[in-house]
Design a protein around this ligand. Structure first.
Ligand code: IDP
Ligand code: MG
Length: 149
């Protein structure tokens, strides 16, 4: 089943939005297969955002994600990547629709609360970057047959 990596960034943790953000993914039906609270190292941040290395905002992005602890989740489900990105909303919060996390709680692109993988391939790669195999649990929920057809 498709997997996506979700990070509740430092602003989400500092603002006390961890429960609210997890709730939105959970109520949609995505299944948690990994979750942890951690301080991100500069090395991991640079690896995770390697695609943005040449961008002018790269340094501030690394500063942002390493500034304070984060909550990282691996979620699984039907079209997990796309469905999670729809829950998160547009990268620029002023373009994010009401009802999305960024549309409801964020104002600025450099304080946009949540990361979500942008393709199934990156979902797989990012889950492998952030989680050791033994930190991921393959399991079934009794309700799965009422969420996954
Ligand atoms: P995404 O998080 O919606 O996938 P990306 O384009 O992958 O967006 O960018 C990664 C993160 O880098 C964004 O979530 C945002 O925090 C930050 N970022 C992206 N573009 C800019 C920018 O133009 N200025 C400042 N920060 C940016
Ligand atoms: Mg991205």
């Amino acid at each position: 089943m498709e997997r996506t990596l979700i990070i509740i960034k430092p602003d989400g943790v500092q603002r006390g939005l961890v429960g609210e953000i997890i709730r939105r993914f959970e109520q949609r039906g995505l299944r948690i297969v990994g979750m942890k609270f951690m301080q991100v190292s500069r090395e991991l941040a640079e690896q995770h955002y390697a695609v943005h290395r040449e961008k002018p905002f790269f340094n501030s992005l690394v500063e942002y994600i390493t500034a304070s602890p984060v909550v990282v989740m691996a979620l699984e489900g039907t079209n997990a990547v796309l469905n999670a990105r729809n829950i998160i909303g547009a990268t620029q919060p002023s373009e994010a629709k009401a009802g999305t996390i960024r549309g409801d709680f964020a104002l600025e692109i450099g304080r946009n609360l949540v990361h979500g993988s942008d393709s199934p391939e990156n979902g797989t790669a990012e889950v492998a970057l952030w989680f050791k195999p033994e930190e991921l649990i393959s399991w079934q929920r009794d309700v799965d047959r009422w969420i996954f057809e």
